[in-house]
Design a protein around this ligand. Structure first.
Ligand SMILES: O=C([O-])CC(=O)C(=O)O
Ligand SMILES: [Mg+2]
Length: 221
């Protein structure tokens, strides 16, 4: 019998989604945030996953949904307190992700000192591409990721601009939260985040590797 745990479809059974915020200097600056000296972490639940073919929903309580294109790192081997030198042995592969963010709600949360759950963890807040095996991206710190809305480029960056590298993030995170097979780490977004409207078409890609498309709809409740 085939295993129900096919890592190339980790979103079907996947575990935690650990997100890194403000990992690109120009993005931290465009939202008037300080440049972090340690990674900023938050979580999304696995119910946030959405795959191509299904719409991305603007939550009923937000009127400012932003796109954030990010490289996602899929954990293939569990570990706790992983050292930077062996960190890449724990990586099974990658996905392209969108960290969909209700920016108006996040701003309110920041002002009130509340957690970002409503802004970042709602259903469809984590669109992911097909799984990319590790060997297909030889240097994850030197790829171009981009996002277009209705064919206009909004975000475009090389991952070399990340403040904290993938081995650093795996080591840092796993000292706090054990990493498990099927976990996903979102490595932060470059500059250019902006709002999407109902019926917008978002296309995102990694040069030479893959692209994906999503339509924006309004959540009805
Ligand atoms: O909401 C934010 O600006 C933090 C974040 O997720 C990122 O930098 O990718
Ligand atoms: Mg983000």
């Amino acid at each position: 019998m085939a295993s129900s745990r096919n890592l190339t479809r980790f979103w079907d059974w996947g575990r935690k989604i650990i997100c890194v915020g403000r990992n690109y200097t120009e993005h931290a600056m465009e939202l008037n945030n300080t440049i972090p000296t340690e990674p900023v972490l938050f979580l999304k639940p696995s119910s946030a996953y959405v795959r191509e073919g299904a719409p991305i929903l603007i939550p009923y309580y937000s009127s400012n949904l932003h796109h954030e294109v990010e490289l996602g790192v899929v954990i293939g081997k569990s570990g706790k307190a992983i050292s930077q030198t062996v960190a890449m042995d724990h990586v099974a592969g990658y996905v392209l992700c969108l960290d969909m963010t209700a920016r108006d709600i996040q701003e309110e949360c920041k002002k009130k000192g509340l957690p970002w759950t409503l802004a970042k963890a709602f259903d469809t807040s984590c669109p992911v591409s097909d799984f990319i095996p590790k060997e297909n991206i030889l240097d994850p710190h030197n790829i171009n990721i981009w996002l277009k809305v209705n064919d206009k480029v909004r975000q475009e960056s090389n991952t070399s601009a990340m403040i904290f590298s993938i081995p650093y993030l795996i080591s840092y995170i796993s000292n706090i939260i054990a990493l498990e097979e099927g976990d996903l780490i979102l490595t932060g977004t470059p500059k250019g985040v902006a709002a999407v409207q109902e019926n917008d078409e978002m296309k995102a890609g990694i040069d030479g590797i893959l692209s994906m498309k999503f339509t924006v709809r309004k959540q009805s409740h």
